[in-house]
Write a protein that binds this ligand. Structure first.
Ligand SMILES: O=C(O)COP(=O)(O)O
Length: 227
């Protein structure tokens, strides 16, 4: 039995359902650009690779945008930032049992957030949802050169906390989390209820897949037994 030294959490789709606030911001942006509105399900499928990719996906309607107009993208990004600043937090909810389980885990482990969300949206959201005080560290995509699925944020977290990546457990919802954890040499648990481009997260082969956040304490213990 070897306990983990820190638990790191993805934000969007793992701790919070943020798509209901991102949808209106994206649609206000699309309206200003004279483009067709997008649906909640499209937003859920497009989340996970950060703001710039979300906007490119909305502008092109493609999950892997091949070509986009760079000037239109710059304008879209400025519009989105303004609109999402206004909507961020209004309809975003913590998933079931998240605050209770985080509070319980925080008595045994340091906790961190590792998110592709820009810092200007992450910090106000954690404050608004009253969970900011539970985290010792918060790493956002704009703190490093490369967002998840690259391991930059996870490795920066390990260095900052003076821990080995193998002693940190990542909890996420998308293939970007699984790939980043694998590249960093971190174990990873996935929640199946989040945003994963409409695909089953089991395909990305995390160490464990959970249906509910309430299963997390037992799942952590079982991984610790195997270490
Ligand atoms: O901004 C996004 O794409 C979502 O970021 P996260 O899933 O890494 O929290």
């Amino acid at each position: 039995m070897q306990p983990f030294q820190l638990l790191a959490f993805d934000l969007d789709g793992t701790l919070v359902d943020s798509a209901p606030d991102i949808l209106p911001a994206l649609n206000q942006m699309m309206a200003r650009l004279g483009k067709a509105q997008v649906s909640l399900m499209q937003v859920q499928h497009w989340l996970g690779n950060g703001m710039a990719m979300l906007i490119k996906r909305a502008l092109t309607g493609e999950l892997y945008p091949s070509r986009y107009d760079a000037r239109e993208f710059e304008q879209a990004q400025q519009l989105f930032i303004g609109f999402y600043r206004q909507s961020n937090g209004s309809a975003t909810r913590l998933f079931d049992q998240v605050p209770q389980v985080l509070a319980r885990l925080s008595q045994h482990y340091p906790l961190a957030v590792v998110t592709n969300k820009p810092r200007q949206f992450t910090e106000p959201l954690l404050q608004h949802l009253n969970i900011a005080h539970l985290f010792q560290a918060v790493w956002c995509a704009d703190d490093v050169a490369r967002a998840k699925p690259e391991p930059d944020m996870l490795l920066a977290l390990a260095r900052q906390q003076e821990l080995l990546p193998a002693d940190i457990l990542l909890v996420g919802d998308s293939e970007n989390d699984i790939f980043a954890a694998r590249a960093a040499g971190m174990p990873v648990i996935a929640l199946s209820y989040g945003y994963n481009h409409g695909q089953s997260i089991a395909h990305s082969k995390p160490d464990l897949v959970l249906e509910s956040f309430s299963q997390l304490p037992d799942a952590i213990s079982s991984l610790e037994q195997e270490r």
